[in-house]
Ligand binder design. Structure first.
Ligand code: ATP
Ligand code: MG
Length: 203
């Protein structure tokens, strides 16, 4: 059998795509049934981010996309949250960033800051853990901008448009915020989400 490896890879790729679609549809039905249950524990968010980056490294290198984890502003970030769900959010955001970047750089930064309730940086408001994913890709299409986090909003050939909807629900259920904008200095987009720092985080 010629091309066995190619066929095999294609089967695996499609099986994974189908698995993701099934999980996404299940998540949407959990969200709509108000049944998205969080399972919180203490974990190192930096470690989670590193893991997600590792999972995407090959895909990124195949496209000449470099992923940088900015450790300058990086602080030891133990959080009390649902690790698997936050991993899912970071995974969604990083997948999107890679999808919409032909070649260039994706920078992930994690830090603590004062963030106001509208989701913009502000000195006056509550302390949050902030995760920022900045790419140098196509930027967000202007028609997409107002409905980015809606169900089935997509501009991707292979996407279903559930990733950001699910991500927002997960962040919301942690009492956090998520937002996006096109970079003013340079090309591409930046997605940011925050998690409030609670008494439990400071334990
Ligand atoms: N980093 C980004 N740069 C430019 N556009 C983006 C970026 N991330 C998301 N978008 C836009 O938002 C849309 C919705 O993203 P979302 O993750 O919800 O769906 P998807 O990636 O198209 O499909 P799915 O995640 O369900 O596989 C995308 O189709 C794209 O138009
Ligand atoms: Mg997506």
């Amino acid at each position: 059998l010629k091309n066995f490896d190619q066929y095999f890879e294609k089967i695996i790729r499609n099986a994974k795509r189908l698995e993701k679609l099934t999980e996404d549809v299940l998540d949407v039905s959990r969200i709509e049934g108000k049944n998205l249950q969080l399972s919180k524990s203490y974990f190192d968010l930096n470690q989670t981010i590193k893991q997600v980056i590792e999972d995407h490294q090959e895909e990124a290198l195949n496209k000449e996309v470099q992923i940088i984890f900015d450790s300058k502003k990086n602080i030891p970030a133990t959080v009390y949250a649902d690790e698997a769900r936050l991993q899912q959010v970071i995974d969604n955001l990083l997948s999107n960033a890679i999808n919409f970047t032909q070649n260039g750089t994706i920078t992930i930064t994690a830090y603590r800051a004062q963030v106001d309730t509208k989701g913009e940086m502000d000195e006056s408001d509550r302390e949050s853990t902030v995760v920022e994913i900045r790419d140098t890709g196509t930027g967000i299409n202007s028609e997409m901008l107002p409905r980015l986090f809606d169900k089935f909003a997509t501009r991707s050939m292979s996407g279903t448009g559930l990733g950001l909807y699910i991500s927002k629900s997960i962040v919301d259920s942690h009492d956090g915020k998520i937002w996006a904008y096109n970079n003013k200095d340079g090309k591409g987009a930046t997605f940011t989400f925050t998690l409030p720092v609670t008494k439990k985080d400071k334990k």
